[in-house]
Design a protein around this ligand. Structure first.
Ligand SMILES: [Zn+2]
Length: 525
């Protein structure tokens, strides 16, 4: 396959060279003299890159070719790389917004991200075809693709009840997954930590993953446990491997981490398990964001899942009932300990501005109540997003250097990762701490992700590929978003081209809505 493709490309190049001798070849954009880091992990080299239509049509020494560019840009001293691909975002709202500025997906474009995946964690709309069509019709700033969200599938059939499905209910769920896959989803996502996905037994998940498998889809998971809540981090990794083995499809662990002191140091075991599974033929990979805080809500981080069975009203009734509240409080205290205590939870997004930017510790002290009572009150008033400081730098770096672990943002309200992930990886882990080389960091943010998600003709700079291309300055590329100011746009991206169109030109958004709705590639097996 690889051989045949390179043979085909050299024939194209040969024909191109013959044509070039006759007359200058029209190209739209020529990037001259940049330092090419092509996404494969190969070392940097200086070369020119030309784009016509939505494709890269030339990569080499333009002085030896005969090119007639409409626009020629001097990019000497700058890095030219494939646009970054983010396998885990929460951009459904942005991309579906009536507001063009939100659909432009600037939070990502300014980081050099040209493709985002969404409907992760098992959540989001089930209407895959309709969503993809709306993106095409209304215009979006980056490319985007969707998962069929398993939590929504279960919710549609079983609501918030903690029961195993009947054969007929399982069939209904299968047909919802099938419909999503037929409409172009790239696979199925789960959020087995969250209700209602948490109520799904492993066997049910396997049955649904088999449907995605038949369509050549992949399985993406926010695992049942990243800590020591239920089956433990190691148990959850084993569950993911089992799903991959029995449903016969690639499995991808989203935002891999060792959450909380109970499991710090378990990165070694997790990596060993993944390596062993890979050696046995299970295609298991993971993504990671370069921050030591996760982003979640007060409820999701502290409430035990039994408290959420039946939905909001049932939760309220449990909180109001003395003995149930006592049991709830006890379990929440344990969960708070897992999270590192009340000073480790920073309220990052909420309607109640009086608690914004404060830790749960500070909120409780100001109200003269216990952290759990304060948390229960927040949950009852509609909940709040938190940045949860729960990771250890050693685990982060051990995961980061694995050649099957790639970059994701998991961007969400109230966490700087939505605006900063990719430049932060470069600034912090390439230029400051030297954990990765620049070609490695670019590889794990582009080609590795494209291969894992089965996105053809993207992720590397190669003739014939879609022209998702970024140009940045290594001296200035940086994230600016912080936990206190999480929506500051990143800096340093000089040019960002999406499908051959300049979306960022000279560091500024051009207004172009050049993104495409990406449908699962047709597979035949
Ligand atoms: Zn998640």
């Amino acid at each position: 396959m690889h051989f045949r493709r390179s043979l085909a490309l050299s024939v194209v190049a040969l024909l191109g060279a013959v044509a070039a001798r006759r007359s200058p070849e029209d190209v739209e954009v020529l990037l001259r003299g940049g330092t090419i880091i092509d996404g494969t992990g190969a070392p940097p080299r200086v070369a020119d890159l030309a784009i016509r239509g939505d494709r890269i049509v030339f990569l080499g020494d333009a002085s030896k070719a005969s090119l007639a560019p409409k626009r020629s840009i001097d990019v000497r001293g700058l890095v030219v790389a494939p646009g970054f691909i983010d396998p885990h975002t929460h951009t459904q709202g942005d991309l579906g917004s009536p507001d063009k500025r939100e659909r432009a997906n600037l939070a990502y474009l300014m980081q050099g991200v040209t493709t985002v995946i969404t409907n992760n964690d098992g959540g989001g709309k089930l209407e895959i075809g309709k969503t993809l069509d709306a993106w095409t019709k209304n215009g979006i700033g980056t490319n985007a693709a969707l998962y069929v969200p398993q939590g929504s599938v279960r919710g549609a059939v079983l609501g918030m009840s903690d029961v195993a499905p009947t054969a007929a209910q399982l069939d209904s769920m299968r047909s919802l997954v099938r419909r999503g896959m037929e409409e172009g989803a790239i696979g199925m996502s789960t959020g087995l930590y969250y209700a209602p996905g948490s109520y799904s037994p492993t066997e049910e998940v396997i049955e649904l993953a088999k449907v995605a498998s038949r369509f050549g889809g992949i399985y993406d998971t926010h695992m049942r446990d990243e800590s020591s809540y239920t089956i433990g981090l190691i148990g959850a990794v084993n569950e993911t491997i089992r799903i991959g083995r029995e449903a016969k499809l690639p499995v991808h662990i989203s935002h891999i981490k060792a959450l909380g002191t109970d499991v710090w140091g378990q990165s070694d075991t997790v990596i060993a398990l993944m390596r062993a599974a890979r050696a046995q033929g299970v295609d298991i990979t993971a993504s990671q964001y370069p921050y030591d805080a996760s982003g979640t809500s007060v409820g999701a981080s502290l409430l035990p899942r039994w408290a959420e069975v039946g939905g909001r009203d049932s939760l309220r009734a449990r909180i109001a009932d003395g003995p149930t509240r006592a049991r709830l409080t006890k379990e929440m205290e344990l969960n708070l300990k897992r999270r590192g205590g009340p000073a480790s939870l920073l309220i990052s997004s909420t309607r109640d501005t009086s608690i914004l930017g404060r830790t749960l510790d500070q909120v409780a002290a100001a109200r003269h109540e216990s952290p759990i009572d304060a948390a229960l009150q927040i949950v009852q008033q509609g909940d709040a997003s938190v940045a949860s400081f729960n990771m250890n730098e050693k685990d982060i770096e051990k995961f980061m250097v694995q050649d099957f672990i790639m970059t994701c943002s998991d961007g969400s309200a109230g966490h700087p990762r939505k605006y900063g992930t990719f430049p932060r990886l470069l600034r912090e882990y390439v230029f400051t701490k030297h954990v990765l080389t620049l070609p490695q960091a670019i590889h794990r943010s582009s080609a590795l992700t494209a291969a894992t998600l089965r996105l053809p003709e993207r992720g590397t700079l190669a003739v014939g590929n879609f022209a998702d291309v970024i140009v940045f300055d290594t001296a200035t590329v940086a994230d600016r978003a912080t936990y206190r100011e999480p929506t500051l746009l990143a800096v340093g991206m000089r040019y960002v081209l999406v499908n051959g169109t300049l979306a960022i030109d000279g560091g500024k958004f051009t207004g172009a809505m050049a993104g495409r709705a990406l449908r699962r590639a047709i597979v035949t097996h």
